[in-house]
Design a protein around this ligand. Structure first.
Ligand SMILES: *Cc1c(COP(=O)(O)O)cnc(C)c1O
Length: 352
């Protein structure tokens, strides 16, 4: 089965070999306070910073998921206000999770076809955490780096947190334009689920120290203390970290990865514009995600496409949230092979 699901998605071909190596080397049983772990952790983070062009003075943390990162931000970085700018189901979920922990969470929904406009944002009044979903996996839209830079400029004293779960390791992110970035590895990293990454600026960590929140096993201050020794506050997903290290060793610089993905994205848009029975869900190409492609069609057509795809060994991503019944989604993640994309296009073409 070829999975075009936008997460969990297809994993890199080398994963079975790496899992075997991990077993043979005893990685699956190492102690997370051992030298072996510390060296592996340091090497993984050093590689991550190199491949993704993360500033040297930012700190990387291992978490279990992107969802955990939503909670860490809510508990350790929000003192009063958080401003949630979103246009889809994941951004809304982040707001919902934060609201349960913090009364000052404020939603700011914008349109799917709309480019986030810094002039209309509500965050001006009181300092707080601005929460942005860079790549909205539910509807295939993204917020560009230049928009993030404009928000950074307009709100220099706010903490800016960015959910890049379905774009990190696929598209270049301007890490300097925000304070907190996070993702989980079952999307563009092409790895099995169960590991999240959170990347914090010095300003974010200073803010966390000022707030002094220390009530949880995953309080950011505690994580920072542990990460000074390349460690975690609980037994982490050691196998996941090992697999990440092996994948990063082989990964080209992000600009190279993106050049290939962008060209595949352009081919997908051209392909969809030629179809009669289906089209890209989003008309405005300026807000298109380059890693998640949502396709809309009549309900009957949609059912027929998904059914035929399954029969031919292709798993398409279901629609998500309010677009569940009218869309399917195609992952444009680095682990997918050109031949697999060709197979899917051949199949979709048979529907006109
Ligand atoms: C998949 C996804 C999440 C949730 O990731 P988990 O690893 O399941 O917590 C959050 N945000 C976005 C944008 C996603 O695509």
């Amino acid at each position: 089965m070829i999975s075009f699901y936008p997460g969990p998605s297809r994993v890199h071909n080398e994963i079975p070999k790496y899992v075997n190596d991990a077993f043979a080397l005893g990685i699956m049983s190492i102690n997370h306070r051992s030298d072996t772990f510390v060296k592996m952790s340091e090497r993984t983070i050093t590689l991550l910073k190199d491949r993704l062009a993360i500033p040297k003075n930012y700190t990387v943390f291992y978490t279990s998921s992107a969802t955990e990162c939503w909670e860490i931000i809510a508990q350790s970085l929000v003192s009063n206000k958080s401003y949630h700018l979103y246009n889809g189901a994941f951004g809304q979920k982040w707001y919902d999770y934060t609201r349960r922990l913090q009364a000052g969470a404020e939603p700011f929904a914008f349109g799917r076809e709309e480019q986030l406009n810094v002039k209309t944002l509500p965050a001006g009044t009181e300092p707080g955490v601005i929460c942005i979903t860079q790549n909205e996996t539910s509807n295939g839209t993204q917020v560009r780096n230049r928009t993030l830079r404009a928000i950074r400029k307009a709100y220099p004293d706010h903490i800016i947190a960015v959910d890049a779960t379905s774009s990190m390791a696929g598209v270049p992110l301007d890490f300097k334009a925000a304070d907190v970035w996070f993702a989980s590895v079952q999307k563009c990293f092409g790895l099995p689920a169960g590991l999240g990454l959170m990347i914090c600026s010095p300003a974010a960590l200073q803010h966390s120290v000022r707030l002094g929140e220390n009530k949880h096993y995953n309080s950011l201050n505690f994580l920072t203390e542990m990460m000074a020794k390349w460690q975690t506050s609980c037994t982490p997903n050691v196998l996941g970290i090992y697999l990440l290290m092996r994948v990063l060793e082989k990964m080209p610089p992000i600009a190279e990865v993106y050049a290939e993905l962008e060209s595949r994205y352009k081919d997908w848009t051209a392909f969809l514009s030629e179809r009669k029975t289906m089209r890209h869900l989003v008309a405005n190409t300026a807000v298109h995600s380059h890693t998640v492609i949502p396709v809309t069609a009549e309900a009957d057509m949609l059912t027929a496409i998904k059914k035929k795809a399954l029969k031919e060994g292709i798993l398409l991503g279901e629609g998500y949230g309010e677009w569940k019944a009218t869309t399917f989604r195609i992952a444009n993640f680095p682990a997918l092979k050109i031949g697999e994309i060709r197979t899917l296009k051949r199949l979709l073409k048979t529907f006109g």
